[in-house]
Design a protein. Structure first.
Length: 566
C-alpha cells in the first residue's frame, strides 16, 4: 500500500476516529469520509430525499419534497455542494400537478416523476435538459408516480406508479408501471402501461395465488364504500400491488419492480411491457440464532435475541441488481411498511387514525393461553411489537390462537437469486448488534427523536436506501438506516459469504437537532436517510468514488468519499 493511500486511510487496524466518526470495523478494507454537505436549513420537512447525478454538468439533482421542486447542486472537485438552481416541475406542467417524488439522469437528460394534486389521479413524468434546465417534454404516468429510472442503455424510462389509496380508503387506484419509449427523442415519446390485473381473482394467473401466498405474497386490502366507510370489499391484487422501486438488469431487458406492501417483486419484460412472473420474498425467521431482534421499547435494556415463532415480512423499499458468476442477484433493503387509513386523526372527519383500515396489530388482539406466546404478552416482551394482522390471522389454530407471529420488515438486507427466488444471504441481526455496540445510549432511536429503543417495537433501524458500487475488483452494498442513521457497508463480491465492512454515521447525538428558530442545526449531522447514489471515480469531479446521500429529516445532502486499501 502506498504512503498516500496509507495516509488517507490513517492505517486503520482496529478502530479509527475520522472526523468524529468511529467506524465499528476491525479492517482497513474500506472507509467513508464526509467531504461535502448542502444544508437546506429545513428540519423534518423531507427537504432532501432522492438524489441523482449528471456527469456532463457535474451536478446533483435532489428531490425537495418541502418545496415540491428539484434542487440543483453543483458538485465541486473537492466534493463540496453548492445550490445553483431549482426546477419547479409542477409549475412547468400545470394541469393539477403537485410534488416531485423521484429523479433520474441519463446522458444530459433529467427525468422527474410528479404526482397529481389529488394523489389518486394520474401524475406525469417530465424531461429536462440538465444544462439549460429547460423542459424537453412530458408524458402522463399512473397514480402517484413514486420512482423513475432510465434503463442502463437509455432507451426506456420506467415509472413505478404506487397507486396508494386515499385517506378514506374509498378510492384505491391500481398500482402500475409506465414504460416510456424515448428512442425517438423527447418530442416523440410513446408510453405503455404495465398492470397486475392478470393476478386478480378473475385474471389468467389467478390460479397461482394460493402457492404465491404460501411463499410470502399478501393480498390484504379492504376498500371502503364512499357512502359508508365501515362497509368494505376486498381489494384486488392490482390495487394492493403498489410499485415502490425499480431495478433494471444490465442488458435493459427486464425490470424488477418492488411491490413493497404485498412482499413481492414483479419481473417485467420492458420491450413487451408485460409482467412475466411474481416473485414472493418470503419471511425471515427471527427465531434462528444470529437473527434475533430487540422487540420492546418498554424493557429499558438492549435485548437482541431470537424469538421462536416470530417472523419478519421483508417488504423492501429499495432494490438493486448485480450479476455474479452468471447469476442475476437482487439486493433488498428490507424496511417494512404498514397501511393505515386515515393516516392521522385530523384527515377524515369522524375517524381517528387507523379507524377505517389498519393492518397493524398487537399480540393482545388474539388469545394466547396455551400457546408458544402465552408468557410473552407483556410490554417488556412481545406485547408492544407491531404485528401484521392478516398474516397472523392466516396462522391461527382451531381455537383462534396464533401459531406464528409476523412483524413488518426484517431489520436487515438480503440477496436473492432471481432465477430461483432463493435467499442467498441475509445480514441477520447485524444492524441492531452493530448499532447497539456503537451507540448503546442511543440504541434504536428514531430519526426525529433520541428516546432510546423508540423503534424497537416497529422495524428497528429500518434499512431504507441502498446502492451498489464497484471499487477495484469488489462489489459493495451501501445500506442507509433511516432511523438511527448511518450507512452500513458490506462486501457482496461473493454473495453467499458477504461480509460487513463498516458502519459510518455522522449524526451528532449530543448536539440539538434544531436551532432556536426551529431550523435544522448544521452541526447536528445527518438523519433520516432516504436515497443513496454511487458515483464511480471515472465520473466523479473528485476523481474518487463517492456515495451521495439525501437525508429527509436533517434536510441535508451529503457527499461521502470512499477510501480503500485496494
Amino acid at each position: 500500500m502506498s504512503d498516500s493511500v496509507c495516509g488517507r486511510l490513517f492505517c486503520l487496524v482496529f478502530f479509527v476516529v475520522l472526523n468524529g466518526i468511529l467506524p465499528y470495523v476491525a479492517t482497513a478494507e474500506l472507509t467513508l469520509r464526509p467531504i461535502g454537505t448542502f444544508h437546506t436549513g429545513l428540519y423534518d420537512k423531507s427537504a432532501a430525499e432522492i438524489p441523482t447525478y449528471c456527469q456532463k454538468t457535474k451536478q446533483v439533482f435532489v428531490v425537495n419534497a418541502e418545496s415540491g421542486r428539484v434542487d440543483v447542486l453543483g458538485l465541486g472537485d473537492n466534493g463540496s455542494l453548492t445550490k445553483v438552481g431549482s426546477i419547479d416541475a409542477a409549475d412547468d406542467l400545470g394541469n393539477g400537478m403537485s410534488a416531485v417524488n423521484s429523479v433520474s439522469v441519463f446522458d444530459g437528460t433529467l427525468a422527474v416523476a410528479v404526482e397529481a394534486d389529488v394523489i389518486t389521479e394520474n401524475g406525469r413524468v417530465a424531461f429536462y435538459d440538465t444544462g439549460s434546465l429547460q423542459l424537453k417534454g412530458s408524458v402522463e404516468a399512473g397514480a402517484l408516480p413514486d420512482m423513475v429510472t432510465f434503463t442502463p442503455d437509455g432507451q426506456w424510462v420506467l415509472v413505478a406508479n404506487e397507486g396508494e389509496p386515499n385517506e378514506e380508503y374509498s378510492i384505491d387506484p391500481e398500482g402500475t408501471v409506465t414504460v416510456v419509449d424515448v428512442r425517438n427523442g423527447f418530442d416523440q415519446l410513446k408510453t405503455r402501461t404495465v398492470t397486475f390485473r392478470d393476478w386478480n381473482a378473475d385474471g389468467k394467473h389467478a390460479q397461482e395465488l394460493p402457492e404465491l401466498k404460501k411463499r410470502g405474497l399478501r393480498v390484504f386490502g379492504q376498500v371502503s364504500q364512499s357512502g359508508d366507510l365501515k362497509k368494505k370489499i376486498p381489494a384486488t391484487f392490482a390495487q394492493d400491488a403498489e410499485p415502490e422501486w425499480i431495478a433494471v438488469d444490465h442488458e435493459s431487458h427486464f425490470a424488477y419492480v418492488c411491490l413493497q406492501e404485498v412482499n413481492a417483486v414483479a419481473e417485467v419484460d420492458i420491450a413487451d411491457a408485460t409482467v412475466r412472473r411474481i416473485i414472493p420474498l418470503g419471511y425471515k425467521n427471527f427465531g434462528e440464532a444470529g437473527s434475533g431482534i430487540d422487540a420492546s421499547d418498554e424493557d429499558n435494556r438492549i435485548d437482541i435475541r431470537p424469538r421462536s415463532g416470530l417472523f419478519g415480512i421483508l417488504q423492501p423499499d429499495t432494490v438493486r441488481i448485480y450479476q455474479r458468476n452468471g447469476r442475476r442477484l437482487l439486493v433488498t433493503a428490507n424496511e417494512g411498511d404498514s397501511r393505515v387509513r386515515p393516516t392521522s386523526d385530523d384527515t377524515v372527519s369522524g375517524f381517528e387514525e387507523g379507524a377505517v383500515f389498519e393492518d397493524e396489530a398487537s399480540l393482545d388482539d388474539w388469545p394466547t393461553s396455551g400457546t408458544l406466546f402465552e408468557k410473552q404478552t407483556s410490554d417488556t416482551e412481545l406485547g408492544r411489537l407491531k404485528l401484521v394482522r392478516d398474516l397472523v390471522d392466516d396462522h391461527l389454530d382451531e381455537k383462534g390462537r396464533p401459531t406464528q407471529l409476523f412483524a413488518f420488515g426484517s431489520r436487515s438486507f438480503s440477496i436473492l437469486d432471481l432465477t430461483t427466488g432463493d435467499l442467498v444471504f441475509d445480514s441477520g441481526d447485524d444492524f441492531e448488534q452493530i448499532t447497539a455496540k456503537r451507540y448503546p445510549e442511543f440504541f434504536n432511536v428514531s430519526n426525529d427523536s433520541l428516546k432510546k429503543e423508540k423503534r424497537s417495537r416497529s422495524k428497528g433501524p429500518e434499512p431504507e436506501g441502498l446502492v451498489l458500487g464497484t471499487v477495484g475488483q469488489k462489489t459493495y452494498a451501501f445500506v442507509g438506516l433511516e432511523r438511527i442513521g448511518g450507512i452500513m457497508v458490506y462486501d457482496i463480491t461473493q454473495p453467499e459469504s458477504s461480509k460487513h465492512v463498516g458502519y459510518f454515521n455522522n449524526r451528532q447525538f449530543d448536539v440539538p437537532a434544531t436551532l432556536g428558530d426551529g431550523t435544522a442545526n448544521p452541526d447536528a449531522g445527518d438523519s433520516g436517510i432516504e436515497g443513496l447514489i454511487f458515483v464511480p471515480a471515472e465520473k466523479s469531479p473528485t476523481s474518487t468514488n463517492l456515495v451521495v446521500v439525501g437525508n429527509e429529516t436533517s434536510g441535508t445532502t451529503t457527499v461521502w468519499e470512499v477510501l480503500t486499501s485496494q
